[in-house]
Design a protein. Structure first.
Length: 139
């Protein structure tokens, strides 16, 4: 996978997280403040990644108008499961970008994002992973 392809895949994952946290936040107590913070963090990361893609001479992939969720979200528990799933999937996309990155700056951005997504998954109730973003591939 090329560096640009991996960056575009990670950007698509960020777009999906922005969408998903909008859904999750509507079903969390306290007005969904943790989801709003996560939404802001993913918007910031999305913008940084899009800038890196532009700097590499490519046009960043656009967000889809909507995304299929892994399950219906109708309560707090489902919203938390969605957040865990999104963060774990995003960690895997960023792990791919770590491997494919063609500059130290992009590799650092991706490595930091793997850690951030993994910690976020834990904060939503996910299980710790020995190799965040890679557990399904290491055997």
């Amino acid at each position: 996978m090329s560096s640009t392809d991996a960056a575009q895949a990670a950007l698509a994952g960020e777009h999906a997280c922005v969408y998903g946290y909008g859904v999750a936040g509507a079903h969390l107590p306290d007005g969904g403040e943790p989801a709003r913070r996560a939404l802001g963090a993913h918007r910031h990361q999305r913008d940084a990644l899009a800038a890196a893609i532009r700097a590499a001479g490519a046009e960043p992939v656009a967000a889809e108008p909507g995304y299929t969720l892994p399950e219906p979200v109708a309560d707090d528990a489902a919203a938390r499961r969605l957040a865990v799933t999104m963060e774990q999937r995003l960690a895997a996309l960023y792990a791919d970008l770590v491997a494919a990155a063609d500059t130290p700056e992009l590799r650092e951005l991706a490595a930091r994002a793997v850690v951030t997504a993994s910690v976020a998954a834990l904060s939503w109730g996910g299980e710790p992973a020995a190799f965040p973003g890679l557990d399904d591939r290491v055997g």
